[in-house]
Design a protein around this ligand. Structure first.
Ligand SMILES: [Zn+2]
Length: 107
C-alpha cells in the first residue's frame, strides 16, 4: 500500500491564493454541480449555504455582444444598441444569502 500523496494535515498554505484586493472580485472556480439556472432570477437551493434562495443575477457582456455591436454598427450605425439588450449577455447567478457565485446562464 503506497501513499505517494501528501497527507491532508500538511497542506501547503503557500499554495492557497489569497487575494484581498479591494474593488476586484476574486475569480471563483465554477461549482462542480451547477443548478438549473435561467436567464433571470431563479429559485434554487444554494450549494454553499443550502438555503432556498432566489438568485440575484448580474449580466455580463459576452464576445457575442461585441459581435452584435459590430454587426449593428455596420447595419445601421447604432453600435451601442446591443449593450442595452440583456439577451446578448450572460446571466451570472449569485446567492443573495452568502453572495457566492452559483453559476451562469449562457446564451
Ligand atoms: Zn448561499
Amino acid at each position: 500500500m503506497q501513499h505517494d500523496e501528501a497527507p491532508l494535515h500538511s497542506m501547503n498554505s503557500s499554495h492557497m491564493i489569497l487575494k484581498n484586493t479591494t474593488g476586484m472580485s476574486v475569480p471563483v472556480p465554477h461549482p462542480t454541480h451547477v443548478p438549473l439556472l435561467g436567464p433571470s432570477n431563479t429559485l434554487t437551493v444554494c450549494q454553499f449555504c443550502q438555503a432556498s434562495v432566489k438568485t440575484s443575477v448580474k449580466y455580463s457582456v459576452t464576445s457575442r455582444t461585441h459581435m452584435a455591436a459590430a454587426l449593428w454598427s455596420i447595419v445601421c450605425c447604432l453600435c451601442c444598441v446591443p449593450y442595452c439588450i440583456d439577451s446578448a449577455k450572460n446571466s451570472d447567478h449569485y446567492c443573495p444569502n452568502c453572495a457566492r457565485y452559483m453559476g451562469s446562464y449562457e446564451k
